[in-house]
Design a protein around this ligand. Sequence first.
Ligand SMILES: Cc1ncc(COP(=O)(O)O)c(C=O)c1O
Length: 442
Amino acid sequence: MPDSAHRPINDLQSYWMPFTANQQFKSAPRMLVSAKGMYYKTDTGREVLDGVSGMWCVNAGHNRDPITEAIREQAGQMDYATAFQIGHPLAFEVANRLTAILPENLEHVFFANSGSEAVDTALKIALAYHRARGEGTRTRFIGRERGYHGVGFGGTAVGGIVNNRKQFGNMLGGVDHLPHTHNLEKNAFSRGQPEWGADLADDLERLVALHDASTIAAVIVEPMAGSTGVLVPPVGYLERLRTICDRHGILLIFDEVITGFGRTGAAFGAERFSVKPDLMTMAKGLTNGAVPMSAVATTRGIYDAMMDGPPDVIELFHGYTYSAHPLACAAALASLDLYLEEGLFDRASELASYWEESVHSLKDAKNVIDIRNIGLVAGIELKPRGDDPAKRGYDCFVRCFEEGLLFRQTGDTIALAPPLIIQKSEIDHIVDTLGKILNELQ
Ligand SMILES: Cc1ncc(COP(=O)(O)O)c(C=O)c1O
């Protein structure tokens, strides 16, 4: 008999947890069992303030009744419908509702289920678009060091976080990377967009000179890099990337899986930073995290170039069983309603200066070497402990969780991105808890 046949149902071994130190976790598990508004509850009944919107996704707060109701109602009406050669009305409605809040150059929407799938979809659309226009030699992608674009082979290849790449061989060929924009010497403790670093975008000219523009399909960046520890784009940087892409016929993809739906104080990072991409990925906040769903928005030019062939031929041989899943569509519509009714994108913008003041008050806490912020996001970078990178960050994460605060630890950076419904008193509580724990920690 295999070992697993004897495991009780509450045994922790069968479940192989993602992006988790399984052995460490299973020796001292942390369990969440319910959530409402700004708070989770643990299996021991403790309340935990959610300082990172689950994982950058629950922008309107947890278990919002209109979203729960919409999912429940849709589950009773039609649980599933294929999106291949058949439609259902909610899918069209979500696409139309999205184009109403997207930058006006993005007019078409393709659905997938996760940020990773959206990224791989965007990369494939870029390739197919160039090929449709007779520029099939454009197959190269340019990502950025420290970028995170999910875990598909495409997203892993264009991503730039070494731990996410080193176990998986060569991945997608023909990928190069821009330098990241993090610089403690020049930009530590910047508030909002750092002043230094626009020139880093010029490295794209070097890559064009190296590879030739005729081989490059697209550049992909997060407008604000989240998962690598909150890197806010330097003033002028995204504008310059846009200019260079235009000069060479290269598509610019913004991965807005984190920055979408109000996080930076506007509907999308593209709006917040006033730079329009040719393709945009989104996920997470699209359904307020309630049902997996993601999307890729494209310009009319890209869509039209693909719609140029015979009308009875499938234009893009790509899609997912669960593209535009009815439950996800219902959750997306209810989420979009809630965001608008409660003015949550504006709320994030209005709270941003209080948030900025509050998080920067931790400047003198022990081991803090940088604080970065934009909208309702902050990254607090800690000095690594000796030769043990990420250990201080992890200890802080565990101690804060015990103390009733959840954030996302990325290396030695504390990433904060609370639901946009957060109250000032809760911001104070986050800062007080962090200040206390940081000063206690070795
Ligand atoms: C910018 C970005 N792209 C893609 C992804 C991947 O999304 P998912 O985990 O839904 O596949 C993430 C996840 O955090 C992300 O931050």
